[in-house]
Design a protein around this ligand. Structure first.
Ligand SMILES: Cc1cc2nc3c(=O)[nH]c(=O)nc-3n(C[C@H](O)[C@H](O)[C@H](O)COP(=O)(O)OP(=O)(O)OC[C@H]3O[C@@H](n4cnc5c(N)ncnc54)[C@H](O)[C@@H]3O)c2cc1C
Length: 455
């Protein structure tokens, strides 16, 4: 064999697996067809959050006057894009070093799996062999095939627009749609969301969804629900969207944020005997192993939770299992997740609706104006919801809407993972004045569920 481990895909999961395997002395190759770093670094979490920061200045400028500042603010999109690209290039180099420093090799090519232990390099036109193969090819945006769909962009292109459109229509209701809606709106683009469902962020706690929807309204983001796009047509510089309710409207740009699909097309997995799910993702066991014993898969390509920390953890654990004699499986039972939109949303554990079907629960809710807003005319409120088991007070869910939501939920994930009770939260001394002190000063429940009924 040429290598102990051949990793196909140099994104979050692949790079971590390669780095750890090389650290344990394995001979490792990472094959990457595009830029090392993958979705998260090049066209996902990182550039997205930099754009979110840019968009949030509009709110800061809105409040600034109440604090005595006079701000003459101008925004220059090319400056943001160029500075973002510089930072992405720095991170890309860091990811390359993470593979190469412990002794791994990066091969810049497209890989096609040809057997349980072999991969063909498309450009180089040669085959290499490995004791184990790790498929970490991630996913790509799914675009519905409707007439004129080629006129739309996806999140991939949104990071490289030459100029900001005067208006944008975003098709989708998930976190990518939510985040880009508030990025564009915050940067001054007239923004409309069209979504086939009844509200954005399906699966999140209903109060968070309602609060988020109100936040979009306050930011001037138009939402058209229970509607789809039938057709797109070019009209001068604009794109006309024809909606399922018969209405037509022109937009400066149209973005599809309609989900993602696994990158398995043309990868050769079927020929190597690897079973695929109907949606093209790769089914794996708790140790990220496919049905072919020498082939593993991690990250978005497996169709599990599509989040960077999971891809990283899965990749690391494959290296532990194969090269450190330490089999480890990833626990997906308590995974926090955030929507870096405006207002920010973060959540961990059970939603109120889910928790109520599991047994008797107490629900603690706080709604308050974040202190930063109090001098300003901005009326927006923050929402915190803590859900506990009625009997022993075990914390089952935490849902936050507002500034710093993700940072708060990240920290609360530690006691929740340890099985913390409400009494443990209560024991913590409040830090004042903070938003987070609400979590440790809840007195009696706002309401309860007994036998599945709200009382
Ligand atoms: C807009 C956006 C925002 C996001 N924001 C967040 C966030 O805030 N927080 C979060 O946790 N997650 C976020 N995600 C999700 C996160 O980016 C992914 O979960 C993560 O990148 C998955 O890592 P991965 O290793 O599975 O795949 P990827 O990072 O996608 O890496 C796969 C790599 O494989 C390469 N590849 C594919 N096929 C081949 C082949 N045949 N040969 C060679 N190379 C190949 C690709 O070029 C790519 O570099 C976001 C995603 C998007 C799109």
């Amino acid at each position: 064999m040429d290598f102990d481990l051949i990793v196909v895909g140099g994104g979050s999961g692949g790079v971590r697996a390669a780095r750890m395997a090389a650290t344990y002395g394995a001979k490792v190759a990472v094959i990457e067809a595009d830029r090392v770093g993958g979705t998260c670094v090049i066209r996902g979490c990182i550039p997205k959050k930099l754009f979110v920061y840019a968009a949030r200045f509009s709110k800061i400028f809105e409040i600034a006057g109440s604090y005595g500042w006079t701000v003459d603010a101008q925004f220059d999109w090319p400056t943001l894009v160029a500075n973002k690209d510089k930072e992405i290039a720095r991170l890309e180099a860091a990811y390359e070093a993470a593979v190469e420093k412990p002794g791994g090799t990066i091969i810049r090519d497209r890989a096609i799996v040809t057997g349980p232990n072999s991969v063909r390099l498309q450009k180089a036109g040669r085959e290499i062999t490995g004791r184990y193969l790790l498929i970490a090819t991630g996913g790509h945006p799914y675009v519905p095939s409707l007439p004129g769909c080629e006129l739309g962009i996806t999140s991939n292109e949104a990071f490289h627009l030459k100029q900001l459109p005067h208006s944008i229509l975003i098709d989708g209701g998930g976190y990518v749609a939510a985040e880009f809606a508030t990025i564009f709106a915050g940067l001054g683009v007239h923004t409309t969301v069209v979504y086939r469902g009844r509200g954005m962020l399906r699966g999140f706690d209903e109060d968070l969804r309602a609060g988020f929807d109100a936040g979009l309204e306050a930011r001037g983001v138009r939402r058209i629900y229970e509607t789809t796009i039938r057709k797109l047509e070019k009209s001068g510089d604009d794109i006309v969207a024809h909606f399922s309710d018969g209405v037509d409207a022109p937009f400066g740009a149209v973005m599809f944020a309609t989900g993602r699909r696994a990158n398995t097309g043309g990868l050769g997995l079927e020929a190597a005997g690897v079973a695929l799910n109907p949606d093209g993702s790769v089914p794996v066991d708790n140790y990220s192993r496919t049905n072919v014993p020498s082939i593993y898969a991690v990250g978005d390509v497996t169709g599990r939770l599509q989040l960077t920390p999971l891809a990283v953890r899965e990749g690391w654990y494959v290296a532990e299992t194969l090269f450190n004699n330490n089999p480890m499986s990833v626990d997906l039972s308590l995974v926090g997740t955030a929507v870096f939109a405006e207002p920010e949303v973060a959540t961990i554990g059970l939603s109120e609706a889910d928790a109520a079907t599991h047994g008797d629960i107490d629900v603690y809710v706080a709604r308050f104006r974040p202190m930063l807003n109090t001098l300003s005319p901005v009326p927006e409120r923050m929402l915190m919801k803590l859900i506990t088991e009625a009997n022993d007070g075990r914390v089952l869910g935490l849902h936050i809407l507002g500034p710093g939501a993700a940072e708060l939920v990240q920290i609360a994930a530690i006691p929740m993972g340890m099985g913390a009770r409400k009494a443990d939260f209560d024991r913590a001394m409040a830090m004042h004045p903070t938003a987070g002190e609400e979590l440790v000063t809840f007195k009696s429940p706002s309401y309860r569920y007994r036998g599945g009924v709200k009382v």
